[in-house]
Design a protein around this ligand. Structure first.
Ligand code: ACM
Length: 274
């Protein structure tokens, strides 16, 4: 058994120091958790207007201030953290990333592969590989926000053994929370969606984020759900071993029943265009 959860809050656009400090306060409040997931881009906010802003607000991983602060608190609280962060690299690229950090220190970074809408103007897409992390008490996989719309990614993570899908988010549509229930049952995994609340009001546009962070189970249950607009930390006890049982009826194994020989069109754009 282990305690997992989400931290839902309102990152203030551009206020990286304030946002980082606030995540530390919130993580401290649930120091009893084994795994906490924080929202996408939780140190910067979401709605960038130009690359100068990105350059100013993005951080290197793992030597940036936010990753370092999370490494310290993960050690102090003996907690694993998955947190969305705006990453910059030495070769001048920007990624919409999430870091996995544990009591043993920095573990790895996932770079979002399916960029949403105007994110394409600012970020380079990640290119995998889709890794699984065995943290001893569970095996984790990471996706970020709009990755929810591409079931192939969660499927690959589950096929590779992920028991919990960590899903930092800045959701603006109302579909993902429902879809993640499908991701749970079709793969028999837990999912933790950590969404943000509030709005980003910028000179040329505005976005309102939809909250309702949640934890779902391999049986398609919503174990925990947050409000639409309040800062909340939700923590629930789960049994990761449940995600190893892929039988959906006595006669149906959710992976072995796949008819992969019939699925070629989903990996070939040209086939779909015919
Ligand atoms: C999203 O991918 N942030 C909607």
């Amino acid at each position: 058994m282990m305690k997992v959860g989400y931290i839902q809050f309102h990152p203030l656009f551009g206020e990286v120091d304030y946002n980082r400090t606030h995540t530390l306060e919130l993580i401290h409040q649930r120091a009893d958790a084994d795994l906490l997931v924080l929202p996408e881009l939780c140190t910067t906010g979401y709605l960038f207007t130009d690359k100068t802003e990105l350059e100013r607000l993005a951080e290197f991983i793992p030597e940036g201030k936010s990753t370092k602060a999370w490494i310290k608190i993960a050690k102090e609280t003996n907690t694993y953290l998955v947190a969305g962060i705006c990453e910059k690299t030495k070769d001048g690229k920007f990624y919409n990333s999430s870091v996995l950090i544990g009591p043993e220190g920095y573990i790895d970074t996932y770079r979002k592969i399916h960029l949403f809408n105007t994110e394409k103007n600012f970020f380079s897409p990640g290119n995998g590989p889709f890794k699984i992390y065995d943290i001893g008490i569970a095996k984790l996989g990471m996706i970020i926000c709009f990755d929810w719309a591409f079931p192939e990614l969660t499927r690959i993570l589950a096929l590779n053994g992920a028991e919990i899908i960590c899903h930092p988010s800045n959701l603006v549509l109302s579909f993902a929370q429902k879809v993640m229930l499908a991701r749970s049952i079709e793969n028999r995994v837990y999912t933790i969606t950590a969404n943000r609340i509030g709005d980003d009001i910028r000179p040329s546009s505005k976005l309102i984020f939809t909250g309702e962070s949640q934890v779902t189970s391999p049986k398609m249950e919503i174990l925990l759900k947050a409000s639409v607009d309040k800062e909340e930390i939700g923590v629930v006890e789960i049994d990761p071993l449940l995600a190893q049982n892929k039988m959906i009826t006595a006669n149906n194994h959710i992976f072995l029943d796949r008819r992969v020989e019939l699925y070629q069109p989903i990996i070939n754009h040209n086939e779909l265009e015919k």
